[in-house]
Design a protein around this ligand. Structure first.
Ligand code: 9UX
Length: 71
């Protein structure tokens, strides 16, 4: 089943940072991500059967930023 999560992203200093993170997330199979630089958030839809929220966060961290689940 498809799940969705809203992430708070930190460490973005320009609009290209958001595009970078979006690419990194969208490279994961089945993921559809939208990163908003202004609000420092990411809306992510992902296949819950093969990925977990932690996988999304790990991908963001590997790219040099940080992410946490937005409550
Ligand atoms: Mo521009 Mo954002 O180099 O790191 S992509 S500041």
């Amino acid at each position: 089943p498809e799940a969705s999560v809203q992430l708070a992203i930190s460490g973005m200093t320009c609009v290209a940072c958001a595009q970078r993170i979006e690419k990194v997330l969208n490279r994961l199979p089945g993921v559809a991500a939208n990163v908003n630089f202004a609000t420092e958030t990411a809306s992510v839809r992902f296949p819950a059967g093969s990925l977990q929220t932690d996988d999304l966060i790990a991908a963001v961290r590997r790219a040099g930023y940080d992410a946490s689940v937005q409550s």
